[in-house]
Design a protein around this ligand. Structure first.
Ligand code: IMP
Length: 421
């Protein structure tokens, strides 16, 4: 029997999805990205080398696997070209194993300029976007102006491009944001040549035929649940559905085909960009976590804000996604701390709640913590010999979420991962 599983982030992104997908990929025939775009940075480490992928699915290093960029993704051809060249330097040429949906949206150079202009206009209330053109591209998709990957092989592509570009230029002029982009435009058209070498097709048929033929599929999410356009800390979110539902619309998979949902979270929380972060540590402890966890953005290099694990938020994410298994990452970063805190409820207007509050943005609530004893991680532990305090931490999370933690990752390398038997 074929299976479709989903792997996604339960926090504000950067939970370690790249590593987990790379690790799980050998169990699947197809790995498919369903949303987001070059704002993502999925890091994989093996054989002493670090690889960062932005748009290409993390199964690409396993040559026997088909990788799909689904219709829910927004693709920047310039970034795509760089990723392909980088893979070639590692002797990987995915032209036969990577397939693109003809319905994925195309990021134009002017989308990136619009992203910059709109962020600048927001001033103090800026979102902290990665400025990769994500918001404006999804805006055009919903506005029904967007260009799709399938358009690049049509004879009238240039005319369509010019029409949309003129619309963008008019908006940019109104915003007083005029920048020369002839170089970027030349790069854009140059990089389309690389895109055209790949198979571009209705991947929803490919996926559904694969399901009928008993193939196993892993849908790979990007960003995290708390950045979801509907359920995240709006407006400080990304522009797509990062939740399990996004895997259905972003690949053309019916909900009843989905089996396991692997939810990834870090043993603490991080956030990059603006927006509320109730458990943020704005002190030396936060600085220490950033250093020990090497918490700097894989796409922008920005320092990530760090804080304690937020259980109401984790529970919310498990509920929205229908998580069946939890993967806990980076508990080794907390190693050596005397005590580790978790937020287990909020207090709003004198009442306590374990729900993710709508008032998230106005900070009119208190975070209530429990302290747990710290642990020391030595060597490469397995689930059977985890330090007892770390095991208590695992049990406390399982009790709160009612979802089993079936994988712990205690280091960046492929080898530093253990699954519960
Ligand atoms: P955008 O998706 O680039 O517009 O960014 C919107 C918000 O999501 C910003 O706060 C970004 O920092 C954040 N964001 C976008 N992609 C990622 C990601 O892959 N990891 C973590 N944060 C992200």
């Amino acid at each position: 029997m074929s299976k479709v599983d989903v792997l996604l982030g339960l926090q504000w992104g950067d939970e370690g999805k790249g590593k987990a997908v790379d690790f799980l990929a050998p169990k699947y025939d197809i790995v498919a990205r369903f949303q987001g775009g070059p704002n993502a940075g999925h890091t994989l480490e093996f054989e002493g080398k670090k690889h960062i992928l932005h748009q290409i699915p993390s199964g690409v290093f396993r040559q026997e696997i088909i990788n799909i960029i689904g219709n829910g993704v927004v693709i920047d051809p310039i970034v795509f070209q760089k990723e392909i060249l980088n893979l070639k330097s590692f002797d990987i040429d995915p032209v036969k194993t990577l397939i693109l949906s003809n319905k994925a949206q195309l990021i134009l150079p002017t989308h990136k300029l619009l992203d910059k202009a709109l962020e600048k206009q927001k001033g103090e209330s800026k979102i902290g976007s990665t400025l990769r053109g994500i918001g404006p591209t999804y805006q055009d998709k919903m506005g029904r102006y967007g260009l799709r990957i399938g358009d690049i092989i049509e004879s009238d592509f240039e005319a369509k491009y010019n029409k949309l570009k003129s619309q963008h230029v008019a908006i940019l002029e109104r915003l007083g944001f005029v920048e020369d982009f002839t170089v970027q435009e030349a790069d854009f058209f140059g990089s389309l040549e690389i895109l055209r070498k790949f198979k571009i097709q209705s991947t929803e048929y490919l996926i559904n035929e694969a399901i009928l033929n008993g193939k196993d599929i892993l849908a790979e999410g990007a960003q995290g649940t708390l950045l979801d356009i509907d359920f995240g800390s709006y407006p400080f979110v990304t522009s797509s559905n990062t939740t399990t539902a996004g895997a259905c619309t972003g690949l053309g998979i019916a909900p009843n085909k989905i089996q396991d949902v692997f939810g990834i979270f870090k043993a603490y929380c991080t956030r990059v960009g603006s927006g509320p972060f109730p458990t943020e540590l704005k002190n030396d402890e936060g600085e220490e976590l950033r250093k020990l966890g090497n918490e700097f953005g894989a796409t922008t290099g920005r320092p990530r804000r760090c804080g304690w694990l937020d259980l109401p938020a984790l529970n919310y994410a498990c509920m929205l996604n229908g998580v069946t298994q939890l993967f806990m990452m980076k508990a080794d970063v907390l190693s050596g701390m005397r005590e580790v805190k978790v937020c287990y409820e909020y207090k709003i207007d004198g009442h306590t709640t374990r729900q993710f509050p709508y008032e998230y943005n106005n900070y009119k609530y208190q975070t209530i913590y429990k302290s747990l004893k710290g642990w020391v991680v030595e060597g490469i532990p397995t689930f059977d010999n985890l330090p007892s305090n770390l095991l208590s931490f695992v049990h406390a999370i399982e009790k709160s979420t009612s979802v089993p933690i079936t994988m712990v990752s205690l280091g960046p390398d492929r080898s530093e991962t253990d699954f519960r038997k």
